[in-house]
Design a protein around this ligand. Structure first.
Ligand SMILES: Cc1cc2nc3c(=O)[nH]c(=O)nc-3n(C[C@H](O)[C@H](O)[C@H](O)COP(=O)(O)O)c2cc1C
Length: 130
């Protein structure tokens, strides 16, 4: 699924994460606390999400690109699960606290199972990679 380069860049960079209402109204937000757990799964700390969270509760479909899409031209698509307690939640709470002790405690962990990866590279745009 995700290769090493993809996993490294998701860990390092901010991503722009798109969700949609059940009616299809799109919403996109920058997210700093996003990292891969393995080659099929990405985790996000939900500290501030309002519309994104409401969208995900009603419609789990997510798409994201990383900030530097010129160098890392990948579009990731998947489905989200929300954990407001338990192992994944504890993981994001520790991660945020270690990274920035002043940051507020996350409200939830959002686990994204990656289902498809496309290229957004000019010339190659729209090509399915995985
Ligand atoms: C640089 C940057 C990084 C951000 N990182 C996060 C994050 O890791 N987690 C989070 O919940 N919100 C983060 N936010 C806030 C969201 O982008 C957004 O403001 C929030 O989800 C509310 O928007 P919404 O109602 O459309 O979801 C970040 C915002 C900026 C500007």
């Amino acid at each position: 699924m995700m290769n090493e380069e993809m996993m490294e860049i998701i860990e390092k960079e901010r991503a722009y994460v798109a969700t949609a209402t059940p009616e299809g109204v799109p919403n996109v937000v920058p997210i700093g606390f996003i990292k891969p757990l393995n080659d099929k799964t990405v985790i996000i700390a939900d500290s501030y999400m309002i519309k994104s969270r409401a969208n995900l509760e009603a419609n789990p479909k997510v798409a994201f690109v990383v900030q530097d899409a010129a160098r890392y031209p990948y579009q990731f698509k998947g489905s989200a699960e929300i954990f407001a307690d338990g192992e994944y939640f504890d993981k994001v709470v520790d991660w945020v606290k270690e990274t920035n002790p002043l940051a507020p405690k996350p409200k939830a962990a959002i686990l994204i199972t990656i289902e498809e990866i496309y290229s957004v590279k000019v010339g190659d745009a729209g090509k399915k990679i995985a």
